[in-house]
Design a protein around this ligand. Structure first.
Ligand code: PLP
Length: 364
């Protein structure tokens, strides 16, 4: 079977096999990682190794802290403004789809205003704003954007500049939930990066935050203490009981990326091949279509519709019978979506393309 779920998503098979082998007795310690104290030397070693490997994969500069926290990307929609608006100013947003809109709604819920610095709404979210269209407010405290809109299948093909009209640079904040670790990244361009784990990192329940050290003292005083980046950084992400098992599995995924795949440049090449193959099949067909501007087509999430939506149910039933799982589009947009995260092998895309071609010949 191949799993195209948007999240929680497929995990690499070697990672699952290793987790199975170590489930009852972690490397001769006589207990499961799930049963270990987060303060035990064994777990601390697991946690530190995971952070080291993540830092190595993304080449995270020394003046950034890596946090392993909880609450999903959605809690970061609140944590970011709480941590960055303590000295005043307003959060500015690039609006490119449903997730960015949710982040903006949370900032408005907590702080009243959150101006849109650029939006792709007028074009039906088919392309990201061009750099020249981005206009921050004079009082922008930071600029937030969503690198990859998981539902719309829309991805930035560049890293935006976060500069106020007076020329001062403000921190760039990025929701990287659905594309982190899919390619190399210049972390130094960002103030804060965050991602829910359940796509390219590990199981749901863990959230990774990467924050530049100089941003640790901009927090609002009345923030829930568990959301505070400084406290998490100083407490080695163990302010309370962390998501220990998810952290361990994330570490196995990082090792897989380093050792089995060979790092993020190699991962990027594989991901590029997978996405190109599927979009080429969609573009060559009469039955399937994807509306996104080619430069902004997501490599991770490929939504497509059938020319006749009365075929949707048959398509999904036959796909499932063929072992191609979780192709139903998000409930808000319908149609289909194939998520091609890191753990989805090229063979899965080949099988999907073959199935789609066969289905079109029979029903199209
Ligand atoms: N941001 C993006 C881009 C997502 O794809 C998702 C989830 O699917 C979220 C945020 C919300 O993440 P979580 O469920 O971890 O809160």
């Amino acid at each position: 079977h191949f799993n195209f779920c948007a999240g929680p998503a497929a995990l690499p098979e070697p990672v699952l096999a290793r987790a199975r082998d170590e489930l009852l007795d972690y490397r001769g310690h006589g207990l499961s990682v799930m049963e270990m104290s987060h303060r035990s030397p064994e777990f601390v070693a697991i946690a530190e190794r995971a952070e080291r490997d993540l830092r190595e994969l993304l080449a995270v500069p020394d003046d950034y802290r890596v946090l392993f926290t909880q609450g999903g990307a959605s809690l970061q929609f609140a944590a970011v403004p709480y941590n960055l608006l303590g000295r005043g100013g307003r959060a500015n947003f690039l609006h490119t789809g449903i997730w960015g809109k949710k982040a903006m709604a949370e900032a408005r819920h907590l702080f009243g205003e959150a101006p849109v610095a650029a939006s792709s709404e007028a074009g039906g979210f088919a392309a990201v704003p061009r750099p020249a269209d981005i206009a921050l407010t004079e009082d922008a405290a930071y600029l937030h954007y969503t690198a990859n809109e998981t539902i719309g299948g829309l991805e930035f093909d560049y890293i935006p500049e976060a500069v106020r009209p007076d020329g001062t640079e403000v921190p760039l904040v990025c929701d990287l939930s659905s594309s982190i670790l899919s390619e190399p990244l210049d972390v130094s361009r960002f103030g804060v990066i965050y991602a829910g784990a359940q796509k390219n990192i590990g199981p749901a329940g863990l959230t990774v935050v990467i924050v530049r050290e100089d941003l640790l003292d901009r927090a609002c005083a009345e923030m829930p203490s568990l959301l505070g980046y400084r406290a998490l950084a100083e407490g080695a992400s163990m302010v309370n009981t962390p998501a220990t098992y998810g952290w361990y599995l994330a570490g196995l995924v990082f090792e897989w990326l380093k050792e089995d795949i060979g790092g993020l440049a190699a991962m990027e090449a594989i991901n590029r091949r997978k996405a190109d193959k599927l979009y080429a099949a969609i573009d060559a067909s009469e039955l399937y279509s994807n509306p996104i501007a080619p430069a902004n087509r997501s490599r991770m999430n490929v939504p497509f519709v059938l020319a006749d939506d009365r075929l949707d149910a048959t398509f999904l039933a036959e796909a499932e019978a063929a072992g191609l799982l979780n192709l139903k589009g998000h409930r808000s947009v319908g149609g289909m979506r194939a998520s091609l995260y890191n753990a989805v092998p090229e063979a899965a895309v080949d099988a999907l393309v073959d199935f789609m071609g066969d289905f079109e010949r029979r029903k199209g």
